[in-house]
Design a protein around this ligand. Structure first.
Ligand SMILES: Nc1nc2c(ncn2[C@@H]2O[C@H](COP(=O)(O)OP(=O)(O)OP(=O)(O)O)[C@@H](O)[C@H]2O)c(=O)[nH]1
Ligand SMILES: [Mg+2]
Length: 388
């Protein structure tokens, strides 16, 4: 098993990569003693290179909320399957997952085209497709074993059925067992939003606040990213647009103190959901993980049982790096849910299966664009149907 992967590793060893940019680390900017928290946890810092800012989107605030782009985009939708919904978010999801579909599903289609048996060679090629679609070595191995077992037991022989088989297995992997999210189980219900820089924390916080308002809940935004003045401003713009209060202090103040004050304000204003946006990177001398733990501790001390959810925001377009980040945050602070952003415009969407399989933490939301309504509760069935 994993023959292709071993072969690839060997090739990589023999041929040094031409592009050495990946070797650069965040820490190279400072002297060695000024280590970031990521280095201290022995995870290569290169894995936490910031995601490049999307040039198409403004850094400061949400893009315009008009539907014109949608109408154009939907006109281009190439949905062929007559049984699939043709409207709304599903259509947009399917459209924007084009990159992952091409890299993953269309290659499976081409692989089985004209083939009459599922043999070793075909499984070998399937392995390559799965690994290069960011499903990761472990999840790929698991899927291949399941397929090979079915072939051995003669429950699967037609290559044309391979796509269905993989689809069903992926659907099962994405179905991580978790209690339903109910923001009415506490008042205020406190949510901490964490993640490395540029993954979409602030944008997601704004999008979530908007959803809560639509559901008739009173959200409050809290600017715990006090390290950049622009971060506070960015969150304030979202708050204004959504029509929600924002708790902020001047930049440089203690994020835990901001969180503490916010809880008092939330109680007195009868807020339903408190959304705490945190920093993705600290000044070199400050340890991000320690700072996040301190906020967590402060919140729990002030309000036993809170934070009720700790969501890690991951940028899907960073592929395997997203998986490493999730492992690190899980070990360091503990997570209750994941939010996968930027599934639009990436071919690395397969990472979602690797993350679900390896971490067994539920993906609660997915982001498929920069607009306010481009965030959706994650539904494994809807997602699998949109992908395949
Ligand atoms: N295409 C796309 N862009 C997104 C999505 N979510 C966020 N972005 C964009 O990603 C960029 C970074 O988003 P932010 O919300 O500022 O990220 P952040 O994690 O708060 O960043 P830091 O505060 O610097 O750590 C912005 O340009 C967003 O518009 C998404 O689902 N799809
Ligand atoms: Mg931010």
């Amino acid at each position: 098993m994993i023959r292709w992967f071993k072969r690839k590793k060997k090739e990589d060893r023999e041929a040094p990569p031409e592009d050495t940019r990946e070797k650069q680390t965040v820490e190279e900017e400072g002297p060695p003693e000024e280590q970031t928290p990521f280095e201290q946890t022995r995870v290569p810092a290169a894995e936490f290179e910031p995601a490049p800012r999307d040039e198409a989107g403004p850094e400061m605030g949400p893009p315009d909320w008009n539907d014109e782009e949608d109408i154009l985009e939907e006109a281009e939708d190439e949905t062929q399957d007559k049984d699939l919904p043709k409207t709304g978010f599903f259509r947009r999801l399917r459209q924007r997952m084009k990159g992952t579909r091409e890299k993953f599903v269309h290659r499976i289609d081409r692989l089985v085209l004209g083939k009459r048996v599922i043999d070793e060679d075909l499984l070998d090629e399937l392995e390559e497709i799965l690994i290069t679609s960011d499903l990761g070595v472990k999840t790929t191995g698991m899927l291949l074993r399941k397929v090979a077992d079915k072939v051995k037991r003669k429950e699967l022989s037609d290559p044309a059925k391979l796509r269905e088989q993989i689809r069903d297995e992926i659907r099962a992997v994405l179905n991580v067992e978790a209690p339903p999210l109910d923001y009415r189980t506490a008042k205020p219900f406190v949510v901490m939003i964490v993640g490395v820089n540029g993954t979409g924390k602030t944008t997601t916080t704004g999008k979530l606040a908007n959803q809560f308002k639509r559901q008739g809940l009173k959200p409050m935004l809290v600017a715990c990213d006090t390290f950049r003045a622009a971060a506070v401003e960015q969150l304030s713009i979202w708050a204004e647009r959504v029509g929600a209060p924002v708790i902020k202090q001047k930049s440089g103040s203690d994020p835990s103190a901001v969180a503490f004050d916010a809880l008092d304000a939330a109680v007195s204003r009868e807020i339903d959901v408190v959304l705490m946006d945190t920093a993705g990177r600290m000044h070199t001398k400050v340890n991000l993980m320690e700072e996040l733990k301190k906020i967590h501790r402060t919140v729990t001390k002030k309000m036993p049982g809170a934070p009720h959810e700790v969501f890690l925001v991951l940028d899907a377009s960073t592929g395997q790096n997203a998986l490493s980040q999730a492992k690190l945050f899980k070990d360091e602070i503990g997570l209750t849910g994941l939010i996968l952003t930027k599934l639009d415009g990436t071919a690395k969407g397969g990472i979602i299966a690797a993350i679900c399989d390896e971490l067994q933490i539920p993906v609660r939301y997915i982001g498929i664009g920069e607009r306010v309504d481009d965030l959706r509760p994650f539904d494994p069935d809807e997602f699998t149907n949109a992908l395949f």
